[in-house]
Write a protein that binds this ligand. Structure first.
Ligand SMILES: O=P(O)(O)OC[C@@H](O)[C@@H](O)c1c[nH]c2ccccc12
Length: 266
């Protein structure tokens, strides 16, 4: 997109070089061969959210997040597997795993590490601009990928979501404003994420979710993303056509992550 926020541009510029090195180490054919060897199918990220909604449970996608460009290190004693197990034991519906190394201190390897011991569906949280990364997500054990409307044009969004579906991965399509929502609704993605964080200013305003959720026709699921800190906010948004909540920092900052998650699940 022409007016892509600076931070996204910086991230993607860096990752283009990084991906070229990754591909040199492991060509696509090798990633595809790994996928052919996989024994289990993806675990239905979207279905888990639908099921939680259907049973009156608050679907929380809890994020395994050490840090971010806007906040620096959020949790110095970060342990991805331990965090994931705590999330599973305290009511998370799905997990989001940051796999970007350079900006978010994540790692692709966290997916496999967590998948071995945790049965919740996993979202690969990263900046996807090349089909290679979608194959890589599947090979690494993800059940869903994030696509960001601010950095992809409609034809790419369609192409990438079709490839994800071919690989049995679900897609969370992230938007931040009306124009991006309009594009998102031209795709067949069912899960629409509304990012409350403005990537230009880093200001977080959960009213963004309230405003944009109204534009989503019935039949699609809305996920409010970023800046959610209290049960009260979740209840407020639940009344506004928001179905699920993607939460990282307010969990990862707590000394007792499990207790905080229980409070948010309600
Ligand atoms: O830590 P928070 O404010 O609860 O936000 C989680 C998640 O929404 C945020 O990490 C995020 C939303 N969209 C992204 C895209 C890439 C990296 C990270 C993100």
């Amino acid at each position: 997109m022409s007016d892509i926020p600076d931070i996204l541009k910086r991230i993607v510029d860096y990752k283009v070089g990084e991906l070229a090195r990754t591909k040199a180490d492991m060509p696509l054919a090798e990633v595809q061969a790994r996928i052919a060897d996989l024994e289990d199918q993806p675990r239905g990220f979207e279905a888990a959210i639908v099921n939680a909604c259907g049973s009156g449970w608050t679907p929380i996608i809890a994020e395994v997040k050490k840090g971010s460009p806007s906040k620096g290190v959020i949790r110095p004693d970060f342990d991805p597997l331990e965090t994931a197990l705590i999330y599973q034991d305290n009511g998370a519906t799905c997990l989001s795993v940051l796999t970007d190394e350079h900006f978010f201190l994540g790692h692709l390897g966290y997916l496999a590490l967590i998948r071995e011991q945790v049965s919740l569906p996993l979202l690969r949280k990263d900046f996807i601009f090349d089909p290679y990364q979608i194959y890589q997500a599947r090979a690494a054990g993800a059940d869903a990928i994030l696509l960001i409307a601010a950095m992809l044009e409609l034809p790419q969004l369609r192409e990438f979501s079709a490839l994800a579906r071919e690989l049995s991965l679900d897609v969370l399509l992230e938007v931040h404003d009306e124009a991006e929502m309009e594009v998102a609704l031209k795709t067949d993605c069912n899960l629409i994420g509304i990012n409350n964080r403005d990537l230009r200013s880093f200001v977080v305003d959960i009213a963004t979710s309230e405003r944009l959720a109204k534009l989503v026709p019935p039949g699609r699921l809305v996920v409010a993303e970023s800046g959610i800190t209290t049960r009260q906010e979740i209840e407020r948004l639940s009344g506004q056509r928001v179905h699920a909540f993607l939460i990282g920092e307010s969990l990862m900052r707590e000394p007792d992550i499990g207790a905080k998650l229980q409070e948010l699940v309600g």
